[in-house]
Design a protein around this ligand. Structure first.
Ligand code: HEC
Ligand code: HEC
Ligand code: HEC
Ligand code: HEC
Ligand code: HEC
Length: 312
């Protein structure tokens, strides 16, 4: 769950510890009632409920802020920074695509009302950490989107901690203050690294790269379906590579293709979708004085991908 960002955790912990106390002094609440209130809070921790929800965008950003990872994982950080995962709310050419959905159509904010998480089924994959935030945060994000506040929207991303904590475990909840990796490193600075069974598995990516329509929402949506194609077409026809095997060789976190780098994209597609063309020209002469030039063009496109292209 939540973040591993120690500071925000401690701050929230601090508040829980301090507020009844200060109330005690200032408002003079009866001690019995205070104890009951504290027990309620502690109870919800003990039952493994989400202990705290970010109540502002700044708090949500802090919970999943991964800028501290840069210091030691510089290369990976720079690869990630260039990837689509670093800007999941931006479409081509830095355009905030959710703006139009919030203005028109079934996800639009109703006149006179504020946005809530119901307006953002898209965040299941584009910003999964939203589940650790309140509806007020959704309203604040909607404001930032509608104001085209790019500096704020850019900070809402699929950060290191989204993949290495939130999405690294599927059986049970990820532990707080843990970074999941391929092996255990108890003395990893900041947060201990624990081995995740999932990190090398295509399912890790499949959690967001889509099986088909998402029918669990009030307004069902469909976006990415590529994982479905990987499971149902590529694997049954003998495919033997994982997403990571093709897209993350040597743990490269750039994870192309990048649709904003058109030349690089065309070069990649020429390589990954090779086209063979055979042609034969001849003349057709149905009667003695009529000549028709004819051509046979035979093309064959072979896909080297582990799924359909394009997706969507
Ligand atoms: C002070 C330096 C430092 C910082 C800060 C740091 N790391 Fe590391 N990290 C390391 C070192 C050193 C290793 C061990 C490399 C090894 O033994 O293979 C490591 C290993 C890892 C691994 C496991 C690699 C594997 O083999 O599976 C992951 C995942 C990881 N770090 C993620 C992070 C994330 C995410 C952050 C930010 C929250 C972070 N690290 C911050 C130094 C750091
Ligand atoms: C099941 C997870 C999932 C859901 C739900 C989802 N998306 Fe996506 N979306 C993705 C993934 C993964 C990609 C990138 C890979 C791809 O397109 O195959 C993507 C790509 C996109 C892109 C292209 C981005 C670019 O840089 O060009 C847009 C725009 C988009 N989604 C909008 C939406 C909107 C709007 C919604 C909600 C109505 C939504 N998505 C819901 C997973 C999802
Ligand atoms: C989209 C999900 C995703 C994001 C975002 C992500 N990682 Fe990873 N990371 C992975 C996966 C999957 C692997 C395992 C790849 C493998 O072993 O084939 C991995 C591997 C690693 C490793 C081990 C590298 C090695 O040599 O084996 C480190 C260290 C790491 N990540 C750090 C980071 C840091 C730091 C960030 C943020 C800058 C980050 N990751 C962001 C998915 C992600
Ligand atoms: C938390 C959800 C999430 C996870 C986990 C995730 N992705 Fe993505 N991925 C996305 C979204 C959302 C986008 C599109 C962002 C955008 O441009 O708007 C994307 C974009 C991409 C792209 C760029 C092409 C494109 O269509 O935008 C590639 C390649 C990619 N992901 C591969 C992977 C691989 C490989 C893994 C597993 C190691 C993985 N992803 C894990 C959500 C995720
Ligand atoms: C056999 C290798 C292979 C495997 C396995 C594979 N991919 Fe791909 N993928 C490719 C190639 C090749 C392309 C074409 C673009 C390129 O070369 O960058 C591509 C394109 C994509 C795109 C862009 C789709 C688009 O609409 O253009 C995304 C997103 C993506 N892969 C994610 C994944 C995920 C997630 C998985 C695992 C479920 C996966 N890939 C498995 C090779 C592979």
């Amino acid at each position: 769950m939540l973040g591993i960002n120690k500071k925000s955790y401690e701050r929230i912990g601090d508040n829980l510890m301090k507020s009844p106390h200060s109330l005690d002094i200032h408002a003079g609440w009866p001690v019995g009632l205070l104890t009951a209130v504290s027990l309620l809070f502690i109870g919800s921790f003990a039952h493994g409920e989400t202990p705290t929800q970010a109540s502002s965008v700044a708090e949500l950003i802090a919970m999943f802020d991964s800028s501290s990872c840069r210091e030691c994982h510089e290369q990976i950080y720079e690869q990630w920074e260039k990837s689509h995962h670093a800007r999941p709310l931006m479409g081509m050419d830095d355009w905030i695509f959710m703006a139009s959905y919030l203005k028109r159509g079934p996800l639009a904010i109703r006149t006179g009302e504020k946005a809530t998480k119901v307006n953002f089924p898209c965040f299941k994959c584009h910003l999964p950490q939203i589940k650790h935030a309140t509806d007020e945060v959704a309203a604040e994000i909607a404001d930032a989107i509608l104001k085209d506040d790019k500096p704020t929207v850019r900070k809402l991303n699929i950060s290191c901690l989204v993949c290495h904590n939130e999405k690294a475990v599927v059986h049970g909840r990820p532990e707080r203050n843990v970074v999941y990796g391929n092996k255990d490193i108890p003395d990893h600075q900041g947060y201990p690294v624990k081995k995740s069974p999932l990190l090398k598995n295509s399912l890790m990516c499949g959690q967001c790269h889509g099986l088909g329509p998402n029918l669990e929402f009030e307004t069902p949506v469909q976006c990415a379906t590529l994982y479905g194609s990987h499971l149902h077409a590529y694997i049954p026809s003998g495919g033997a590579q994982t997403c990571q095997g093709c897209h993350m060789k040597n743990a490269d976190h750039y994870m192309p293709p990048d649709f904003n780098r058109r030349d690089e994209l065309s070069a990649r597609l020429r390589e990954s979708l090779p086209m063979e063309v055979q042609t034969l020209a001849y003349t057709f002469q149905p009667v003695e004085d009529k000549l028709f030039p004819m051509v046979v063009v035979k093309t064959k496109i072979t896909s080297k991908a582990g799924h359909r292209i394009p997706d969507g």
